[in-house]
Design a protein around this ligand. Sequence first.
Ligand SMILES: Nc1nc2c(ncn2[C@@H]2O[C@H](COP(=O)(O)OP(=O)(O)OP(=O)(O)O)[C@@H](O)[C@H]2O)c(=O)[nH]1
Length: 324
Amino acid sequence: MMDATKTVATNDQPVPTSGENAGETVAGRRCGLVAIVGKPNVGKSTLLNALVGQKISITSRKAQTTRHRITGIRTVGQTQFVFVDTPGFQTRHGNALNRSLNKTVVGAVGDVDLILFVVEAGSFTLGDAKVLSLLKGGTPTLLIANKLDNIHRRAEIAPWLKSMQERHAFTEFVPMSAKNAKDIERLFGICEKYLPEQPWWHTEDELTDRSEKFLASEIIREKLFRLTGDELPYTSTVVIDKFEEEPGKTASRMVRIAATLIVERDGHKAMVIGEKGERLKRIGTEARQELEKLMDAKVFLELWVKVRSGWADDEARVRSFGYE
Ligand SMILES: Nc1nc2c(ncn2[C@@H]2O[C@H](COP(=O)(O)OP(=O)(O)OP(=O)(O)O)[C@@H](O)[C@H]2O)c(=O)[nH]1
């Protein structure tokens, strides 16, 4: 759950990197970019959320729910970590949406100080190999062997780690579980030394440079997927049509949001709406409650469902929905 007292941008622009403790040169301070990459479902979002300490990007059992490049910021001691999450590297289909996703992955690892390459401990598949092949040498890369809690015989990990060493010049191996708080703490200590000594870019309490409008679309999308289950294809998306702050009658904020849930087929539309509109109503209620906490405001949320058949195959449309 997001803490409403933390800094979140109030419009669609990134928060300026000013503030009393950003930009200052203080001895010993470090700051840098960390990219989290890996094939779908290895636990990247879970890891990012644990590292940032708040819920920033959405997680679900459904593969590939993280579509945007999401940053989370965390300042621990003298070091400010700026995390870049990337979409799962999709290899099965070659349509426009996936091509756009793959470009985002390559873009995300190009300019970072440290790469966390996440795999499931004890496993290395073709999907992992394809993501690994995108990582050119030169940037320190840690092998995050995640979901260690699923490995019951730890002795099996040693030969696997040895085989991983032969695949790529990893800087360090980190067997861990993104769900274990001690492991997360240890990971900060490991990552710290790879970030350059320089002033912080953000204030100490900033968590993301994403706008409330963006976070609103992510929260609605999370509810959409959680409440429709596995039948809804990942090509379904959410577009925010209106995001308006109204002067409240009381002291608290009032925000009016209208969003369209875009699905590919009539059948999906019926599924999202549910019997007598029950499911859409629940998506709306749960999203509104979470948004109210996040923004510390009274929220009016209006949801629409539209069918856009084949949009994932249309490059121009993919761009118009914000996936560059
Ligand atoms: N047992 C176990 N499960 C984990 C761990 N980390 C993540 N998971 C689970 O793995 C599943 C996928 O996690 P996500 O964080 O959504 O994975 P992702 O890599 O971001 O997936 P995409 O968004 O599809 O790229 C979820 O059901 C998580 O709860 C872990 O350390 N141990």
